[in-house]
Design a binder for this molecule. Structure first.
Ligand code: 5GP
Ligand code: MN
Length: 353
């Protein structure tokens, strides 16, 4: 089959989002002409955008005649298990031999929604060693240089929106069936805080309108994503809100959750999703933080959210070996929960005070 490039990716002001994009699209289109073996990889602890983008890409690649498999580093939350294509996903943590074979034999490896190989743990080494051509499709800042072809666009609010733009750029919108539309819609929804973050543009809404025309059912998707909680999750939310501390001198609200509190609520992966945002709903609060103790792993995982130009990604990178976007970032601490808390307060006042 012959793929045509007829479109360039432009933003709402009709300027190029990325100057390289047209030649990149031509390169990709050329590679897609021959049926190939493809592995499509989301980051560790995949979220709605990571699974939405990889599953959408898997579906489109299969329609174009390729053998495509989503290989996730580890399991993802059950509230994403309804997504079209979920049944075909291979979890590397549970099938290393099969995963290694797929990576070693692939002609192309697509890495979606991340831009450094350490975001996929042990798989990163295998990917680096593989002779496959590597293609990055991502919207995080400061990409590493492991990819042969990079679609790296930090101004786009989700990898799913970028995937939509690439499909459009390849002139392959006829591949956006109900399943693809549903996957892409899901990632845009989850990575934009339900279309409210500043990264949302008129292009986002135009894309979403087209996705609805292609069969994405917004009420169904919202219900699947938002209304599937167990009572235990709400109990944990209650504890989290009780634990919220306000540091008014730095316009910050933070929550800490201990392993004991998680155990009390039969914690499952994904249960604390969205908790960090509650702090930002308080008038005057500009930074919200959630820290969760994982005692068996000996780590505290931190999530940071902010408003305006307060760069929590730089803060996360400086003090918590992390990174992310300007208004949404994460990091890690190997201190105890109590020590993490005091180190965090000290660092916060030093950086933002
Ligand atoms: P979350 O708080 O939802 O776990 O992560 C928010 C964002 O921060 C993610 O989209 C990701 O970009 C980034 N992030 C989270 N954890 C880490 C981390 O440990 N390292 C880096 N570099 N980025 C992270
Ligand atoms: Mn994303």
């Amino acid at each position: 089959m012959k793929l045509k490039c007829t479109k360039s990716i432009r933003n709402a002001h009709n300027t190029y989002l990325c100057f390289m994009i047209e030649s990149q699209l031509h390169q990709l289109a050329q590679w897609l002409e021959t049926p190939s073996k493809m592995v499509i990889i989301p980051h560790k602890n995949p979220d709605g955008d990571a699974m939405g983008s990889t599953l959408a890409w898997q579906n489109v690649m299969r329609q174009l005649g390729h053998t495509a498999t989503v290989l996730a580093p580890n399991p993802y939350p059950t509230f994403l298990h309804w997504m079209p294509g979920h049944e075909d996903v291979i979890i590397y943590e549970n099938a290393q031999k099969e995963g290694n074979k797929l990576i070693a034999e692939a002609d192309f490896i697509f890495t979606l929604d991340f831009n450094t190989l350490n975001r996929i743990d042990d798989m990163g080494v295998r990917v680096a060693e593989s002779k496959a051509k590597k293609i990055m499709i991502d919207h995080h800042q400061e990409p590493d240089s492991y990819a042969d072809l990079m679609f790296s666009e930090p101004s786009i609010g989700s990898t799913c929106e970028l995937v939509y733009q690439i499909i459009d750029g390849l002139d392959k919108k006829d591949c956006i069936n109900k399943e693809v539309a549903t996957c892409i819609y899901t990632g845009i929804l989850t990575d934009t805080g339900s279309f409210r973050f500043p990264s949302v543009t008129s292009n986002t809404h135009k894309a979403v309108a087209e996705l609805m025309d292609c069969g994405a059912n917004h009420s169904y998707i919202h219900e699947k994503i938002k209304d599937t909680a167990r009572p235990d999750r709400l109990k944990l939310l209650g504890i989290a809100l009780q634990n919220m501390v306000f540091l008014n001198d730095v316009n910050t609200a933070y929550i800490s959750l201990s392993q004991d509190e998680l155990d009390e609520c039969n914690f499952q992966k994904g249960d604390a999703e969205g908790f960090v945002n509650y702090g930002l709903s308080v008038s005057g609060i500009q930074i919200a933080v959630l820290m969760i103790e994982y005692r068996n792993e000996g780590v505290v995982k931190l999530s940071f959210r902010s408003k305006g130009d307060l760069a929590v990604n730089t803060f996360a990178k400086t003090y918590f070996d992390g990174g992310g976007h300007i208004n949404a970032a994460g990091g890690i601490s190997k201190r105890s929960l109590a020590d993490t808390e005091s180190y965090f307060i000290e660092s916060l006042r030093a950086f933002f005070g």
